[in-house]
Design a protein around this ligand. Structure first.
Ligand SMILES: [Fe+2]
Ligand SMILES: [Fe+2]
Length: 167
């Protein structure tokens, strides 16, 4: 998408572009989560990230199904937002020595990702309804529900013990 080319001409185009954006983001997370799992020390945090990795792989599959339903090829577009969140998470993790503090940092980074995904899915679901694509909307809603549940689980972990151990 160029600055002057104006490739997004309609709501349909915007919908597809954003679908490609979240498809790229989900694929980036399939690559990044294993590194975060490696860095985590708390066993419950490790397990939460592990189970969200499996969900994330499934998010990619659901998005592929969403592309298929619309008769378009599944492909991603660069998403500087998710790249930035991941890059910042890696930078911060590299600066943290203490294992418990690192766990707290990993939770904060993972939640930044969840919130990004939640905002994208929220818009996509509203647009799918507007465009009369409830079939696609249903798939996106399943992803959104799992992002919200993952976010909640991370909050519980942080408040329950990780932050306390780190403080
Ligand atoms: Fe996801
Ligand atoms: Fe997620």
């Amino acid at each position: 998408m160029g600055l002057f080319s104006k490739d997004i001409k309609s709501m349909d185009d915007l919908f597809v572009h954003t679908l490609q954006d979240i498809y790229y983001a989900e694929n980036q997370m399939v690559k990044s989560l294993p590194e975060m799992i490696d860095k985590a020390t708390d066993p419950q945090l490790e397990q939460a990230l592990q189970s969200h990795l499996r969900e994330t792989e499934n998010h990619v599959r659901r998005l592929e199904q969403a592309f298929r339903l619309q008769g378009i090829e599944a492909k991603g577009v660069d998403c500087p937002a998710i790249d930035g969140i991941i890059e910042e998470a890696e930078d911060v993790a590299g600066e943290v020595d203490d294992k418990s503090v690192l766990d707290a940092a990993l939770i904060a980074a993972a939640q930044a990702v969840e919130h990004y995904e939640i905002t994208r899915y929220g818009s996509l679901i509203a647009w799918a309804a507007q465009l009369g694509r409830s079939d696609v909307g249903t798939l996106l809603q399943q992803n959104l529900d799992e992002e919200k549940a993952a976010d909640k689980k991370l909050t519980t972990l942080a408040k329950g013990k990780v932050n306390r151990k780190a403080a």
